[in-house]
Design a protein around this ligand. Structure first.
Ligand code: IMO
Ligand code: MG
Length: 441
């Protein structure tokens, strides 16, 4: 039995908490794309854990796998492992030998390209972690994979081919100064050492085979998406996207399992009860800065990785319809319902007006999406309250208006609600159904 957890909006839907919760019945939790651009917060027993790379399930002591679709900043990886160890955990993390490595020059080039775009107002607002340039090199067949760190000759050959080109790109095209980030000998020493460390800790695996074997032996696999559907490089609002596929297909190509392992399992869309965005790009339901700053005060709307203020908007149902179709959601989790308590007015965008026409889905070009104006429905508000009482009493204890809101989203998407988030902690989510519980099928 497998389940995949996917962000249905623009990232930061609260996937980390959902993965942590559902991983109770999982044996292994797998990241299939992205890198340390993700920021997943897990709160347990009053302790807050912030993870960028390690799958959220490791907090529960589950095996965490970073699949071939990921790009790995090994410094972040070992820092996170060390931090968890100092906090008394014993993280069991495996990495695919096919996963690509993020090098320091990728980060320099990421920032250089963003800076060059700022003049033309085209900047994506990346997290600056070198994610785009690492995927560029993967697709350009000049990337370096984890398995290649373990072989001195191969590593040196690959660096000697790639790095001089990267240095010229940085200096000649982007006009930036280059330092040790582009020094072959330095990179060779540093990344050979990472390779040794990965090997001595037994972390490098052929993840596709390992996962297939585990699943054959009856293991429950939980695929953990990072980012979200609308910043997917194919299905999001290109070019204001990340460079990987957070959508369900990514869980297949990004891990090397049989497609049915994902497609025949549960595919859970995580939906934030409102909308937020870090980085640039259109956002039809965006609130004015004045209203957004008030919401931010309430909900702590700052990026986990970058600390940037999140842009805030009303729930956008056309975006969710697009996500439900692309991913084939079998259920949703509606998060942050508590955050909307106490609003004087609540609106949801049901459709857009685009060039005089009513449209109910997201247009396939970003320019057209930017021209969309929302058609709103005003919905009943609910007051803020002591959510811990509701947590104890369950779904029926939710305020009527909040339940109507949740039911509305579920009906629009035609899928059941697996859980409702009313706070950041593990026990602040009302679970109606566990994805690994087959008894209700
Ligand atoms: P989680 O997993 C929100 C956004 C960046 C930028 C764009 C490209 O916490 O939901 P990148 O560094 O990936 O090249 O940046 O994508 N972005 C995220 N936004 N949550 C995330 O991850 C994000 N990861 C990337 O802000 O607009
Ligand atoms: Mg996040």
């Amino acid at each position: 039995m497998n389940a995949t957890v996917i962000g249905s909006q623009l990232g930061d839907e609260g996937k980390g908490g959902v993965v942590d919760l559902f991983s109770e019945d999982a044996d292994v939790v797998v990241r299939y794309q992205g890198g340390d651009n993700a920021g997943h917060t897990v709160v347990h027993d009053g302790e807050e854990y912030k993870l960028r790379l390690i799958p959220s399930g490791v907090i529960r002591g589950k095996t965490g796998v970073l699949g071939n679709g990921c790009v790995l900043n090994l410094e972040t990886l070992f820092d996170e492992i060390e931090t968890l160890r100092t906090r008394g955990l014993n993280p069991d993390v495996r990495v695919s030998s096919r996963a690509h490595v993020v090098f320091p020059y990728h980060r320099v080039l990421d920032r250089a390209e963003e800076t060059s775009k700022t003049d033309e107002d085209q900047a994506v607002g990346t997290t600056g972690n070198g994610i785009g340039p690492a995927y560029e090199d993967k697709a350009g067949r000049r990337g370096i994979r984890v398995g290649e760190l373990l072989d001195e000759t191969v590593l040196r050959d690959r660096l000697e081919y790639t790095v001089p080109k990267k240095r010229r790109l940085a200096e000649d095209v982007f006009d930036v100064d280059t330092g040790i980030e582009f020094d072959v000998d330095h990179l060779f020493e540093t990344f050979r050492a990472f390779g040794d460390q990965l090997q001595s800790e037994g972390m490098v695996v052929d993840a596709g085979s390992v996962l297939t074997e585990m699943a054959r032996d009856g293991a429950n696999v939980l695929f953990e998406g990072a980012q979200g559907t609308h910043i997917d490089v194919d299905h999001g609002n290109y070019p204001f996207v990340t460079s990987s596929n957070p959508t369900a297909g990514g869980a297949i190509t990004g891990t090397g399992v049989d497609p049915s392992a994902v497609a025949d399992g549960q595919i859970i869309g995580v939906v934030k009860a409102y909308l937020s965005r870090v980085g640039s790009g259109p956002m039809p339901t965006e609130l004015s800065e004045e209203s957004a700053s008030r919401v931010r005060e309430e909900v702590g709307g700052f990026g986990t990785v970058t600390g940037r203020p999140r842009r805030i908007g009303w729930l956008d149902v056309p975006m969710l319809r697009h996500a439900a179709r692309v991913n084939g959601f079998t259920g949703i989790v509606l998060n942050h319902v508590d955050a909307l308590g106490g609003f004087e007015e609540l609106k949801v965008c049901e459709a857009y007006e685009l060039d005089g026409e009513r449209v109910t889905d997201v247009p396939s070009t970003t320019a057209a999406w930017a021209r969309c104006t929302p058609e709103y429905r005003t919905v009943e508000t609910w007051s803020d309250r002591d959510w811990s009482e509701i947590r104890d009493d369950g779904y029926d204890a939710l305020p009527d208006a909040a339940r109507t809101y949740v039911d509305y989203v579920s009906t629009e998407l035609g899928v059941p609600v697996y859980a409702v988030g009313i706070g950041p902690g593990r026990d602040e989510t009302i679970v109606r159904r566990h994805p690994f519980d087959s008894s209700e099928d």
